[in-house]
Write a protein that binds this ligand. Structure first.
Ligand code: SF4
Ligand code: SF4
Length: 332
């Protein structure tokens, strides 16, 4: 939600945006135009990376304003095929596989077809009830096609579907779902179960199974997904998790709050702008000395696995990495 009363017109959000080259004056002018509901230039330039919500020092959520106006003005040239891909989320076949009711439930959203075959398995997920498919689709992805309204319109349906499982705790594999849950207070929707981020769940599992860890001693580059902008507090949990499994998250230009969007959608819309930025992101990981590129988002992995592998970086999904440290999978 955009909080106009929190905006101090400092311009920081758009000065830091990696997808435009605005000075402070231009950034402030753009924000003022947005506040007046005008079709400001940034609406077409913005690739919906969500980063400016994290850049804003006052918590005004400028991306939420941008995204709302992108929808109002139809600013993004989203191809029909991509719109249909997004609409197909809710129609994906749903399944609930019952497990031990004393364990948390694992929600895969609609990510199952995009996950590596061995991403969900082994001791960490053993015996959990697993839900997946359109009934548990979180709708956050609509922000990336310049639409804000489907989130609030479907938020209650999303929570109700999950609540109907009757679980005390739900672990969300897809960071988008966790981000969507963080928006529920804005929508005035009560969430009747504990919401757990995949990283928190895995870190806690590792804490309880410290004897099973075989430190990997590897250097990895982390591809931080856009949805992580909604939960910056998870970064310290992630760092703790990497330390526990003996993995060095290399310091690089395009990580943490300066992370770059994987480019999956916008490399098709604005290839001349975005493809070189994707290549810079991968090159940055190589230059920083990483052996592998580790992904939290299955769609980021789908986008960057090939270019990363072509540069000698092994693409690894984050659950695979933890399973490697538990001796369940070999490091590739
Ligand atoms: S969401 Fe990302 S691309 Fe869009 S204005 Fe904010 S920082 Fe720039
Ligand atoms: S939205 Fe935040 S960062 Fe942007 S101008 Fe307002 S206070 Fe500054």
């Amino acid at each position: 939600m955009w909080y106009e009363e929190k905006c101090e017109l400092c311009g920081e959000c758009l000065v830091r945006c990696q997808y435009v080259d605005y000075d402070e004056e231009k950034a402030i002018t753009q924000i003022k135009e947005l506040m007046e509901g005008k079709p400001a230039e940034i609406l077409k330039q913005c690739v919906t990376c969500c980063a400016c919500n994290e850049y804003c020092p006052t918590g005004a959520n400028p991306f939420d304003l941008i995204n709302r106006l992108q929808e109002v003005h139809g600013s993004l040239p989203i191809p029909e095929k991509m719109r249909k891909f997004m609409d197909a989320g809710v129609t994906a076949p749903s399944a609930l596989t019952k497990g031990d009711p004393s364990k948390p439930v694992l929600s895969l959203c609609v990510m199952d077809p995009f996950l590596p075959a061995d991403a969900v398995g082994g001791g960490m997920f053993e015996g959990m009830t697993v839900v997946k498919g359109g009934d548990y689709f979180c709708y956050l992805g609509y922000v990336h096609i310049g639409m804000d309204s489907p989130l609030e319109a479907n938020a209650k349906r999303f929570v109700d579907a999950l609540a109907s499982i009757g679980a005390e705790e739900i672990v969300f594999l897809h960071a988008d779902c966790h981000a969507m849950m963080s928006k529920m207070p804005e929508y005035g929707i009560e969430v009747p179960f504990k919401v757990t981020h995949l990283i928190e769940y895995m870190r806690d599992y590792l804490r309880e199974h410290a004897d099973a860890i075989e430190p990997l001693g590897r250097k990895i580059a982390y591809q931080r997904p856009c949805a992580s902008r909604y939960s910056p507090e998870i970064e310290t949990v992630l760092d703790d998790m990497f330390e526990r499994i003996g993995v060095e998250r290399v310091a690089r230009k395009y990580d943490r709050d300066s992370a770059r969007c994987c480019g999956g959608l916008f490399s098709r819309i604005y290839p001349d702008r975005i493809k070189p930025m994707m290549a810079e992101n991968v090159q940055d990981a190589v230059t920083a000395g990483a052996e592998a590129m580790v992904f939290l988002c299955p769609l980021c992995m789908g986008t960057l696995a090939k270019p990363a592998a072509e540069q000698g970086l092994k693409p690894i999904f984050i659950t695979q990495l933890v399973r490697m440290a538990l001796g369940e999978l070999p490091f590739p």
